[in-house]
Ligand binder design. Structure first.
Ligand code: ADE
Length: 229
C-alpha cells in the first residue's frame, strides 16, 4: 500500500515516517510513503502556494494550481483509490475509516493550511474530506500522520504480531481491556489472579467483561450502540 502526502512542510513528516513500525513496514516493502513539497509545483519564482481570499477577510487561501499540478503528476503515474483532504470541517476519522482505507492500494493525502484550500479543489480534485477531531490544528500534517499511522498498522506485515491489531480498542466497538506484566506484585499492587490461572477461557471471559465495563463507564456512546444491535 502506498500513501502520497502533499504538504508545504515535508520535513515535519519525514522523521515521523522514519521510525518504529512504519520504518519496518517500509523496509519490508509492504507500505510506501512519499512526501511531496507543494512548493515544487508552484508556477512563479516566489514558489507561491497561497493568496488572498476573494471577497477579502483575514487569512490566506491555498491556490488551486500548484495542488492540481501535483495531483495530476501523481495520477499520471498510477491510479488512486482515494484523494483525501485534511480539514476540521471534514467527516470524522474513525477506526472504521482506517479499516476501509487499509484495503486500498494508493491514497493521496493533501494537508490543508492557512484558511484552507480554494473550494474548487474540494469540489473537483478531492474524494474525501477528513477531520481527526473537533479541534483546529495549525496544519493538516499531524492529521495526515495520524491517519497514515492508523491505516498502515492494519496492513499485513507492518505489525510484528498481526493479531494484535484485531484486539485494539474500537476494533470490535469496545475499548481494550487492562493489561499487566511482571512482577505480579509490585508494592502490594497485585495482578488479577485469573490472568495467571492458566485457564484461557476464563482469561478471555475476564477480558471481555473488563472491556464491556470500561466501555460502559468511559464511552457510554459506544456502549449504547452495542446494546442497540
Ligand atoms: N487541519 C486543522 N485541524 C484539523 C483537524 N482537526 N483534522 C484534520 N485536519 C485539520
Amino acid at each position: 500500500m502506498r500513501i502520497d502526502i502533499i504538504t508545504c512542510v515535508p520535513d515535519l513528516l519525514a522523521s515521523f515516517f522514519s521510525h518504529s513500525i512504519l520504518k519496518r513496514g517500509q523496509a519490508a516493502g509492504v507500505i510506501e510513503v512519499h512526501l511531496h513539497n507543494l512548493r515544487d509545483y508552484a508556477t512563479n519564482n516566489q514558489k507561491q502556494i497561497d493568496d488572498y481570499a476573494f471577497g477579502g477577510g483575514a487569512g490566506m487561501v491555498m491556490m488551486i494550481e500548484p495542488i492540481d499540478r501535483c495531483i495530476s503528476a501523481l495520477k499520471a503515474e498510477r491510479n488512486y483509490d482515494a484523494i483525501v483532504y485534511t480539514t476540521p470541517d471534514g467527516e470524522n476519522f474513525s477506526q472504521e475509516t482506517a479499516n476501509r482505507f487499509s484495503l486500498l492500494e494508493n491514497i493521496i493525502i493533501l494537508c490543508g493550511h492557512y484558511k484552507g484550500v480554494d473550494q474548487r479543489v474540494r469540489e473537483n480534485l478531492i474524494t474525501h474530506e477528513i477531520s481527526i477531531g473537533d479541534y483546529v490544528l495549525s496544519g493538516g500534517e499531524l492529521a495526515a500522520a495520524v491517519m497514515a499511522d492508523a491505516v498502515f498498522r492494519l496492513v499485513p506485515g507492518v505489525m510484528n504480531d498481526e493479531t494484535s491489531a484485531l484486539t485494539d480498542s474500537f476494533q470490535d466497538g469496545l475499548l481494550a481491556p487492562p493489561v499487566y506484566t511482571r512482577p505480579a506484585d509490585y508494592k502490594g499492587w497485585t495482578v488479577p489472579e485469573v490472568l495467571s490461572s492458566g485457564h484461557q477461557a476464563k482469561v478471555e471471559e475476564w477480558r471481555f467483561n473488563q472491556s464491556l465495563e470500561r466501555t460502559k463507564e468511559r464511552r457510554p456512546d459506544l456502549y449504547s450502540r452495542l446494546t442497540e444491535n
